[in-house]
Design a protein around this ligand. Structure first.
Ligand SMILES: Cc1cc2nc3c(=O)[nH]c(=O)nc-3n(C[C@H](O)[C@H](O)[C@H](O)COP(=O)(O)O)c2cc1C
Length: 409
C-alpha cells in the first residue's frame, strides 16, 4: 500500500480526478486528497471524502493539532497534482505555501507528478513553459497534457491526461523509486581546481548539477550514496541537503578527489565519475601571489599530468563493482564525439561511458543535458535527453540493466 497525496486544483478536469482517486483506492492505496479552495468550487468536499475514505482539508488551519501542513508531505510516498492549473504550477515553481497543498509540496521528499490542464494559450504561455521547465529540472514528473477537447468547445493541447495514464506513470515512479535499495554508490561531481598560487587556480566550467542529480536520483531510489563534490556551489548542493541516504565529501584538487574516491570505492557497488577532473596540475605552486614585474614579459606555467582517476578505479575494481565514466567531448576534425567516446571507452575499460558534447554554449551550467551511453565495447546502449534528473534516472536504468545482464562472477 502506498501513501498517496492527491492535490486537486481549480480546473474543470477536477471531475476526472474523482475517477483517478477511485482507481488508486481500488488498488488498495491510502489516498489523501488535498484540494485548493478553488478546486472545491468544481467538486465538493463530501465527494473527495467519500471517494478517498479519508478526511479532506484544504487550509493550513484545519486539524492543526496534527501539524497537518507538514505531516501529510512527510508521510507521502507519492504526490500527484491533477489537474494542475497554470496558477498552481506557478505557485509550485515559486515555492509558495499559502494553502495545505503548497505546504505539503514543500514538506515532501516523495516523487511528485503533475498533470497539467488548461487552455492551449495558457499552456503555451512563456510563463507556464518556464514554470514547467523549472519543475522538471527539480525532478517533478509531468504527465500530459493531451491534445483534445477543452472547456467551452475549444480543442488543442491542454487537456488533462486520462486518469489511467496518470496513475500508471505515478505508480511506475514509486515502483522504480526503491530499485537501487541495497546498493552502495559513490558519485563524483563538480570540477577540480589546481592551484597556481594562494589566490589563483586552473579550473573548469562544471557546475556539478549533473553529478548531483545522479547522486540524488540514486538516493531517492533507495541507494546509500557518497557524493564526492569538487567545488559544487552551496546552492546546487542544497538540493541534496537533509537526504538521509546521501553523504557529501568536499574536495578541491584532482589529487584530493582521487583519494576520496579510492577511500569510498572499497565499500561501493557502483562508482560514477561524473566530476570534471583537471588533466594537468601546476608543477610548482607558488607560495606567494604571482605579480607582474613591470617589464611586460610573460610567464610560463609548467604543467604536469594528473593521474587518471577513472583508469585507476577500473584497474582496482572489486568483483561485481560497476564503474561508470563520463567523457565531455568537443567534436574535432572528422571525428564525432561518439567516435572520441568509443576510443575513450576502449582506453579506460569502464563498464559504461556517458558521452556528452560540450562547447562554449553546451553541456555546462544548464539544467538540461544530452548523453550517449556506451558499453565497455563502445556499443551505444542508450541516448538520453532532458532535465539533468531525467538523464540521471536513465543512467541508473542503464546501470541496473548492465548489472543484471552481466554473467555471474
Ligand atoms: C469554469 C472554469 C474553468 C477553469 N479551468 C481551468 C483550467 O482548466 N486550468 C487552469 O489553469 N485554470 C482554470 N481556471 C482558472 C482557475 O480556476 C484559476 O486560475 C484559479 O485561481 C486556480 O486556483 P488554484 O490553482 O489555487 O486551484 C478555470 C476557471 C473557471 C471559472
Amino acid at each position: 500500500m502506498v501513501f498517496i497525496v492527491v492535490g486537486v486544483t481549480g480546473g474543470i478536469a477536477a471531475y476526472k480526478t474523482v475517477h483517478l482517486v477511485r482507481l488508486l483506492v481500488k488498488e488498495g492505496h491510502d489516498v489523501h486528497v488535498v484540494p485548493t479552495a478553488d478546486a472545491l468550487r468544481f467538486v465538493g468536499l463530501p465527494t473527495w471524502e467519500s471517494i478517498s475514505r479519508n478526511p479532506v482539508t484544504t487550509s493550513v488551519h484545519d486539524d492543526v493539532a496534527r501539524v497537518r501542513h507538514v505531516s501529510l508531505g512527510r508521510s507521502a510516498d507519492l504526490v500527484i497534482v491533477a489537474p494542475a492549473t497554470a496558477n498552481s504550477l506557478a505557485k509550485m515553481a515559486a515555492g509558495l505555501a499559502d494553502d495545505l497543498l503548497g505546504t505539503t509540496l514543500l514538506a515532501t521528499t516523495a516523487p511528485v507528478v503533475v498533470a497539467p490542464a488548461m487552455h492551449t494559450e495558457m499552456w503555451r504561455h512563456a510563463a507556464t513553459t518556464h514554470n514547467i521547465e523549472l519543475l522538471r529540472a527539480r525532478g517533478v514528473a509531468v504527465v500530459g497534457p493531451d491534445d483534445g477537447a477543452l472547456t467551452g468547445g475549444d480543442t488543442g493541447p491542454g487537456r488533462m491526461s486520462e486518469p489511467e495514464v496518470i496513475v500508471a506513470a505515478a505508480l511506475h515512479l514509486v515502483g522504480r523509486r526503491r530499485d537501487l535499495e541495497g546498493l552502495r554508490v559513490v558519485v563524483s561531481a563538480g570540477g577540480t581546481r589546481e592551484p597556481i598560487d594562494p589566490v589563483r587556480f586552473i579550473g573548469n566550467r562544471s557546475s556539478g548539477k549533473q553529478g548531483l542529480a545522479i547522486a540524488k536520483a540514486a538516493a531517492d531510489r533507495g541507494a546509500e550514496v557518497v557524493l564526492v563534490a569538487a567545488h559544487v556551489d552551496d546552492a546546487v548542493l542544497a538540493a541534496a541537503s537533509g537526504h538521509a541516504r546521501l553523504e557529501v565529501v568536499r574536495v578541491g584538487t584532482a589529487a584530493e578527489l582521487a583519494v576520496a574516491m579510492t577511500d569510498a570505492a572499497s565499500a561501493a557497488d557502483v562508482l560514477v565519475m561524473a566530476a570534471a577532473v583537471a588533466d594537468y596540475r601546476v608543477a610548482r605552486v607558488s607560495s606567494r601571489k604571482l605579480s607582474k614585474d613591470g617589464t611586460g614579459a610573460g610567464i610560463t606555467l609548467d604543467l604536469v599530468e594528473n593521474d587518471d582517476i577513472l583508469a585507476g578505479l577500473v584497474s582496482a575494481r572489486a568483483l561485481g563493482q560497476t564503474v561508470v565514466g563520463f567523457a565531455a567531448e568537443t567534436p574535432s576534425d572528422g571525428e564525432t564525439v561518439i567516435d572520441r567516446g568509443r576510443r575513450k571507452a576502449a582506453r579506460k575499460g569502464a563498464d559504461l561511458l556517458a558521452v556528452n558534447e560540450v562547447g562554449w554554449s553546451a553541456g555546462f551550467e544548464t539544467d538540461e543535458n544530452a548523453l550517449t551511453l556506451l558499453s565497455a565495447t563502445g556499443e551505444v546502449i542508450a541516448t538520453v535527453e532532458g532535465s539533468k534528473r531525467e538523464v540521471a534516472d536513465a543512467l541508473w536504468d542503464a546501470v541496473l540493466r548492465s548489472r543484471t545482464s552481466r554473467p555471474a562472477a
